[in-house]
Design a protein around this ligand. Structure first.
Ligand SMILES: Nc1ncnc2c1ncn2[C@@H]1O[C@H](COP(=O)(O)OP(=O)(O)OP(=O)(O)O)[C@@H](O)[C@H]1O
Length: 299
């Protein structure tokens, strides 16, 4: 059996006193599209830097197809778009792509790559003259030049407007549809919901959840009960309430009980609606619970 394309085994990484990763284990198999979610400072970039051989773990092992990522052989089949990329300002877009192409045995044709990422009309523009969003698109495009098997994208759509973000998502989906494997970090939860089948949630250097989208939602185990009512009475199982127009959303781990308690309270309400939480809500709950911000439902 061939080894996973990327594998971390009990990996720990410190920066001085900061424990950036704490015994993290993760495997990414062929054809997977994995979303790595976590708040600022969770350790997402550190994990990507270990996978791409830019940093070494303090303990544990990181491998790409069974090889040490710090060897050029292991990195031949990966593509990376780090969180920040410095592009040589005087090079034209096409020249930049050609420069990167020269490092690979069978690169994508320049025109095809630029077309995929909506950059075809900018081929002759110096990168110093690109907008922030255009530069970001080019940095991400460069990760795909060498026809990689596995791509790491660290917050690929930061700074992109809605149109550019959707264009980039299409390029990611096309790569995945052709069998490509990807690990992407994102702060945009809708991005992870739109792209990834598997979600890994990192918080304070540890994996809090590793599941499919439904699993992560289920793991949070929360329901959103929405009602129109004047004032919310005290409810034991209520984790959080928020108002939206005349609607009040009540977050709870036990919707049945909350509804019973609501009825028993005698408070007037109408248009009751119960639904699963969005990934954003689930994610905030998991990371919030980890940091102790969330008060557990009274039993
Ligand atoms: N070079 C470094 N020197 C010192 N501390 C670092 C260094 N790189 C990262 N850290 C610390 O390690 C922790 C994890 O950082 P990391 O960049 O991996 O998080 P992240 O999840 O990618 O965050 P963000 O979403 O803000 O990019 C943070 O506390 C960060 O301050």
């Amino acid at each position: 059996m061939s080894p996973p394309l990327a594998q971390a085994i009990e990996v720990t990484r410190r920066y001085g006193d900061v424990l950036a990763l704490d015994r993290v284990s993760l495997e990414v198999g062929p054809g997977e599209l994995v979303g790595l979610l976590g708040p600022n400072g969770a350790g997402k970039s550190t994990l990507i830097n270990l996978f791409t051989g830019l940093r070494k773990p303090y303990s544990g092992r990181v491998m790409l197809s069974g090889l040490d990522p710090r060897t050029p052989m292991a990195r031949r089949h990966i593509g990376v778009a780090p969180q920040e990329t410095a592009l040589p300002g005087s090079l034209r877009v096409g020249e930049c792509v050609d420069f990167v192409r020269a490092h690979f045995p069978d690169p994508l044709p320049t025109g095809e790559l630029l077309e995929r990422f909506g950059l075809a009309t900018l081929r002759r523009r110096q990168t110093g003259g690109l907008s922030g969003g255009q530069r970001r698109r080019l940095s991400v495009a460069l990760a795909f030049v060498g026809r990689p098997k596995l791509v790491f994208l660290d917050e690929p759509t930061t700074g992109l407007d809605v149109g550019a973000r959707h264009e980039l998502w299409d390029a990611v989906r096309a790569f995945h549809a052709e069998g490509g494997t990807m690990l992407l970090t994102s702060h945009y939860l809708e991005e992870v919901e739109a792209l990834a089948k598997r979600v890994v949630v990192l918080g304070r250097g540890r994996i809090l959840a590793d599941d499919d989208l439904d699993g992560v939602r289920r793991m949070a185990g929360l329901r959103r009960v929405s009602v129109t009512m004047r004032a919310v009475p005290p409810l034991p199982g209520l984790l959080k309430s928020s108002a939206e127009g005349d609607r009040t959303h009540l977050l709870t781990a036990d919707a049945d009980r909350l509804v019973r308690d609501l009825v028993m309270s005698g408070a007037e309400f109408r248009d009751l609606e119960v639904r699963q939480t969005s990934l954003e809500e689930a994610f905030l709950t998991i990371t919030g619970a980890e940091s102790g911000d969330l008060v557990p439902a009274a039993s």
